[in-house]
Design a protein around this ligand. Structure first.
Ligand SMILES: Nc1nc2c(c(=O)[nH]1)N[C@H]1C(S)=C(S)[C@@H](COP(=O)(O)O)O[C@H]1N2
Ligand SMILES: [Mo]
Length: 159
């Protein structure tokens, strides 16, 4: 079970791959147990985005966090400074790797998207099927819907 779940790379001092065991061995202080406490419809345990960033050390040039989901070719790019204290990376459910139906390999969650008062940290940035987090200089790839019509289309395609 040491397959790679997540690659964190880009404008960092040290790119890193994270396996399930790597996530499990992150100290308890950085574990976020039971995300249903923040999002009643979502389940599982995560770690803070901060704990992953501490391990790769973004460089001064990193200003955006770009989340990539190769499964459905979705990407969202959000300002690093705004998301740094808000991001959670969900990696397990009942002690097992997060299944794809729940957004695995890992699912990104913004702790409190409503409180941020910016269009950048919206629900669409709660990216599912994340397999790469790239630190970018300026906005990176972003396939989020640009208007309500596109947004409705995206949701229609989920079924
Ligand atoms: N990979 C991926 N992540 C995604 C999306 C998507 O289409 N693909 N849709 C986004 C949108 S528009 C919303 S509203 C939320 C929905 O999350 P939920 O299905 O857990 O409610 O996921 C976001 N994350
Ligand atoms: Mo959405």
């Amino acid at each position: 079970m040491s397959e790679r779940l997540l690659l964190v790379d880009g404008h960092v001092a040290e790119s890193r791959e994270f396996t399930f065991e790597d996530f499990q061995s992150i100290p308890e202080a950085a574990q976020v147990r039971d995300v249903s406490r923040f999002h009643p419809t979502r389940k599982g345990d995560g770690v803070t985005l901060q704990s992953l960033l501490d391990r790769v050390k973004p460089t001064e040039s990193a200003t955006y966090l770009t989340l990539h989901a190769s499964r459905d070719d979705f990407a969202a790019s959000i300002p690093l400074a705004e998301v740094v204290g808000e991001g959670i990376v969900v990696y397990q459910l009942d002690g097992n790797p997060l299944p794809v139906e729940k957004g695995g390999p890992v699912r990104f969650l913004i702790r409190d998207p409503a409180a941020c008062h910016t269009a950048e940290l919206d629900d669409c940035a709660n990216v599912k099927f994340v397999d790469r987090i790239e630190l970018t200089a300026g906005r990176g790839r972003d396939t989020r819907p640009e208007d309500e019509e596109q947004h409705e289309q995206l949701h229609a395609d989920e079924h």
